[in-house]
Design a protein around this ligand. Structure first.
Ligand code: AMP
Ligand code: ZN
Length: 466
């Protein structure tokens, strides 16, 4: 499909803007990636799905896409700015920090595949791009946008970039000294809103590198400037991240990147809103952090999570619950079963299916209006005037955008030999009217995660969704 544009809400201009390829060859997309000190939770996964949705949609429209996502394995400080998140976790697990980073990075890729999120073209690791960052810092010093502080750290001079604040609205004159957004070193910075590009090692002994300014490690914001400019040839058509990254992370990245190339480095800034779980912010301290592996443990299809995300537009805050996940799981199963049946109908009016497909594509290109697109699938499922063959054509085609693996057969259920025997014994007990025994065997099956239902044609079973 050609000649159509995907409209996205750009945080900087606060308007819908078309996604375009500035070099006429490919659309260059950069997304801030995970900090690999723990498993990504379902909120993080919502933000990471955004890159996949945009990429699928752009490719569907005929664009070539180059998509880079970094892996933050150094430099992201804890909320109180006291310690690097990776080093803190390494201490907690008594492991080497690089081992920690690689373990969680591998798990991140697994989570992505569970959600059918297509891999990026490259996942550069911050710790392997140190030279690139140092080059960028040297350039910024040369251009007098950065300076070496009395504490051996290199700082970006916020006042040297007049456009500061355009993404978040946090202009320099409204930022008060002491605001909690960057760790402060009394006296070392020239201006309170300056931030560190390179941090002196001090008494830190791990994850430090030699540099022209002494041993140290990079700041988190410079990582994304260096990797995005390097891997995407000095221009980003679309930059993605969660809404919390608007400030200071993206504001600082924009200042660094623009000052390096002396022009606007990013065309569109798009941010995904946050996810709450059962009405609350997910936090370790509240004990409500949910992982993809938790869904799998409850026998839920991880794509039920993807479906829940799609029920909400990326830029509205959403609330997830176990109940909505179970409902999405059931809906996915039902659609997959129906699609298998619809497939058998060779009767399809191609012009009708093309029209229905286009309507759904229109929802996607209108700032990823996935809730509206899903509503169309629901109406189509129920329609009595549209042939099964046509329904099949539409579901099959648009699944390229939804990415729900709708054409997959519902997984064949297979029981262990032990459960098989108990099930047979229960059938016999029921038929002979031995209901206490039948109930006992039902309880036994329940302990194995199997629920039994009695119907007219005998008993049937399913996995229990916990
Ligand atoms: P982190 O691994 O902490 O660097 O975060 C990875 C991504 O997840 C970032 O783009 C964050 O903005 C995003 N994020 C963090 N919490 C949430 C949440 N509750 N809902 C959606 N996205 C989130
Ligand atoms: Zn970033």
């Amino acid at each position: 499909m050609k000649n159509e544009n995907l409209l996205l809400f750009d945080t900087k201009s606060r308007q819908l803007q078309p996604l375009k390829s500035s070099d006429g060859k490919r659309v260059r997309i950069y997304s801030c990636g995970p900090t690999v000190y723990r498993d990504a939770h379902v909120g993080n996964m919502r933000t990471f799905l955004l890159g996949d949705l945009v990429t699928r949609c752009a490719k569907y429209l005929g664009f070539k896409v180059e998509f880079i996502q970094n892996i933050t394995d150094v430099g992201h400080m804890s909320e109180d700015f006291v310690e690097d998140k990776i080093l803190a976790q390494a201490k907690a697990e008594s492991k080497d920090p690089f081992e920690i980073a690689r373990i969680y990075e591998a798990r991140y890729h697994k989570d992505l595949s569970h959600l059918n999120i297509s891999p990026a073209d490259k996942y550069p690791r911050a710790s392997e791009c140190i030279e690139m960052m140092q080059d960028l810092i040297s350039k910024l010093i040369e251009k007098e946008h950065a300076y070496l502080g009395s504490d051996g750290c290199v700082y970006f001079s916020a006042q040297s970039f007049p456009g500061y604040g355009a993404i978040s609205g946090n202009r320099l004159d409204s930022l008060k000294p002491g605001h909690r957004f960057e760790y402060t070193e009394a006296g070392a910075k020239r201006f309170h809103a300056d931030w560190a590009l390179w941090k002196a090692a001090g008494d830190r002994t791990q994850m430090i590198w030699d540099s022209p300014w002494g041993k140290g490690f990079p700041g988190w914001h410079i990582e994304c400037s260096a990797m995005s400019l390097h891997y995407l040839d000095n221009f980003v058509d679309l930059h993605l991240g969660g809404i919390d990254l608007r400030f200071p992370h993206h504001e600082d990245e924009r200042a660094q990147s623009n000052c390096t190339i002396d022009q606007e480095a990013v065309e569109l800034w798009v941010h995904g809103e946050h996810l709450l779980f059962e009405g609350r912010k997910m936090a370790k301290s509240s004990g409500n952090v949910v992982l993809v592996s938790d869904l799998i443990e409850k026998n839920l299809d991880p794509l039920a999570l993807r479906l829940c995300f799609l029920e909400n537009r990326y830029r509205s805050q959403m609330d997830l619950s176990w109940q909505s996940l179970k409902a999405a799981h059931t809906l996915l199963q039902r659609w997959r079963e129906k699609i298998q049946l619809w497939q058998k109908d060779a009767n399809s009016d191609l012009s009708q299916s093309a029209k229905l497909i286009q309507e759904i594509v229109n929802d996607f290109i209108n700032d990823l209006d996935t809730p509206r697109a899903l509503q169309k699938l629901r109406s189509l499922e129920k329609s009595e005037s549209i042939s099964d063959g046509c329904k099949y054509q539409v579901f099959k085609e648009v699944d390229q955008l939804f990415g729900l693996n709708l054409l997959n057969q519902v997984t064949q259920k297979s029981l262990s030999p032990e459960a098989e025997i108990i099930l047979q014994q229960r059938e016999v007990a029921r038929k002979s009217g031995n209901f206490p025994e039948s109930d006992r065997l039902r309880d036994q099956l329940e302990k194995l995660g199997i629920s039994v239902k009695d119907g007219k044609s005998g008993q049937s079973w399913d996995w229990i969704i916990n």
